[in-house]
Design a binder for this molecule. Structure first.
Ligand code: ADP
Length: 264
């Protein structure tokens, strides 16, 4: 769906921020982007969204060249959910917040109304339609950020550290929503420091270091190599550790492990 080839980008002449970035995001997958602070994750997502343009290389979306597309063009295809929902939310009601994107993109009144209904339902926010976003608890604000991004019917949804600052219940609800949206066909790029989430949900994982791709493959492959995981500044997920200790397959989810332990 999205193909980056030999991308290079620098904010200034002195430092290369991204070099030799080639990657493919396949339709319908959950792909994770990880790496230490300063490794280039935000820059890469900004590039994908057209907020900045590459100095070299190409970006194709569904076979079409979008290398020099601007953010307004990419907004038709890509939804972005900020780590901190307060940076994203500005309208006076949940309803207005959700319809803003589709209005900007020129959806008809009928389409906007339909999208509003669908998205409120999908994110379990129908009861909050007339609430002021700023008065909502953080977990609900986060769902609203997702709802606003979804309303524009993106092909790719980028979630930036979606579970940061959330309690366990909100986290579970958010991950369940992510999973549901993905099962319905949405392609998701999740930027996260949470290796447990990546191990459990992502099919592919890309790890950046100093602006270069140091790993691109199945998360379980990386986590099986503890030394490399640590070298890249990442933690081996708890579920993987437990699996090792129990002599189980490392690609099992916590739920699988629990079931297996019950059966012993
Ligand atoms: P991450 O999201 O992985 O923390 P960033 O993409 O934010 O990494 O940063 C990658 C590098 O680019 C860092 O060295 C950072 O200091 C630099 N950088 C980020 N934003 C800017 C900017 N607006 N101007 C100049 N340098 C920047």
């Amino acid at each position: 769906m999205l193909k980056l080839k030999d991308i290079a980008f620098s904010y200034d002449r002195k430092h290369k921020t991204l070099t030799d970035i080639s990657l493919t995001i396949r339709q319908g997958e959950i792909i994770a982007l990880a790496g230490r602070n300063g490794s280039g994750k935000t820059t890469l997502t900004r590039l994908i969204m057209g907020l900045i343009n590459a100095d070299a290389g190409s970006i194709k979306m569904n076979g079409q060249d979008v290398t020099n597309c601007q953010a307004a063009d990419m907004a038709k295809h890509i939804g972005y959910v900020f780590q901190n929902p307060d940076r994203q939310l500005f309208a006076s009601t949940v309803r207005e917040e959700i319809i803003y994107g589709p209005m900007q993109l020129g959806f008809t009144k009928k389409e906007i109304e339909l999208q509003l209904e669908v998205v409120l339902e999908a994110t379990d926010l129908t009861a909050f339609a007339e609430w002021a976003p700023q008065t909502l608890p953080r977990g609900i604000k986060q769902r609203l950020s997702i709802a606003s991004a979804l309303a524009a019917q993106p092909q790719l949804l980028i979630l930036d550290e979606p579970t940061t600052g959330q309690d366990c219940r909100e986290r579970t609800k958010l991950l369940r929503l992510m999973r549901k949206l993905n099962l319905e066909g949405l392609t998701i790029l999740i930027v996260s420091h949470d290796m447990d989430i990546i191990a459990e949900h992502a099919k592919t994982m890309i790890v950046l270091e100093n602006g270069k791709i140091k790993f691109n493959g199945a998360p379980k492959e990386l986590f099986a190599n503890e030394k490399k995981t640590v070298e890249l500044g990442l933690e081996v997920p708890e579920a993987v550790r437990i699996s090792h200790d129990l002599g189980l397959d490392i690609c099992m989810t916590p739920a699988d492990i629990y079931q297996k332990m019950q059966g012993r």
